[in-house]
Design a protein around this ligand. Sequence first.
Ligand code: SF4
Length: 390
Amino acid sequence: MSAMADCGLYVHVPFCDTKCGYCDFYSVALENRATASLVECLLAETRGRIARSDATVRTVFVGGGTPTVLPQPEFAALFEGLRDALAGHPLEEFTVEANPATVDGSKLDILTEAGVDRISMGAQSWHASELETLERIHDPGDIERGVTLIRSHGINRLNLDLIFGIPGQSADTWAESLNRTLALGVDHLSCYGLTYEPGTRLTAHRDARKITPCDEGLETEMYLFAIERLVGAGLTQYEISAFAKAGQRCRHNLVYWRNESYIGVGPSAGGFVDGLRYKNISGVNLYTQRIVAGEDAACESERITGVVLAGEIIMMQLRMNEGIDLDGFQRRTEINPLVALQPSLERYRNARLIELTDRALSLTPEGRLVADTIIADFYSDLFVTSPNSV
Ligand code: SF4
């Protein structure tokens, strides 16, 4: 394998206290799971993948799942092991996801010792009834307590996730969730519209008419209000869902959105290394069996070049306000984006939904409201104009 330059590292901890009704990430309830062997396997896979790719890791994101539900000894083993595996790597950012109900002082000591400098917390809402609808285990008081505790341990880079479009949520309760989050002075916020994923309890409740989804117009209003409120408070929107104070953008997420290289470890984790995209097997036991046997945890892999890479660049880079890097697109895919996307380009430009400069193609604020449609149209243009560029 050729030497790879910089990359991110994603570590997937597949346990949660209980499963939230809307979530379709691969995670299982912690119960009596064998957490010690899973942690050993995560570390073995991390060491192996870094060594094989000869990667220089610059950003780390430990997510899941809920890493903070791991019992104390396994939590300590994971972060001590990561610190050792990453010794000598010039880390620029080390983020860990935390649940407001499961973050505590001794775990934060372990994180600061390991060099973690950023926490991403799933706050979701500041209203107990909305948290209940989402089947979250925390209450609004946990959010404030969590933030105070994290800061008292010297970790000041903080992201809070919030969800809009929750059944029963109003424009007022959404505004209050944003205001209370801003009052904490966090430097990064991610605002997601609630989605109904196949196979989740939330979707089953909607289909059984036990809940009434938020009106689409209200959901758009909530999104526009979030942009106005957060930008007014001095944060910059840099991706469809992400807002940050100056210098506080999430470098690890930028790796994904710019289609750069990252190693993913853990059950169901994906990675993109040396142009090869892979996906690990799901299932904690299947995963640990493979690692213990010295086998590759990946169950799928595909070399991503030409038109396939171009499609991925469109899907990811258009999400960012900086848009598609036109030179980078052509260099990496050998496809001229202005020719390949021509069928929809003029139409969307005339409708002021996209903006084109010498360097980039990006969505306008109005375009971001219909991003999925624009991305889908560009994507089909690509396969019509460049079908054989693989
Ligand atoms: S805590 Fe996060 S990962 Fe776990 S079930 Fe809830 S939403 Fe999914």
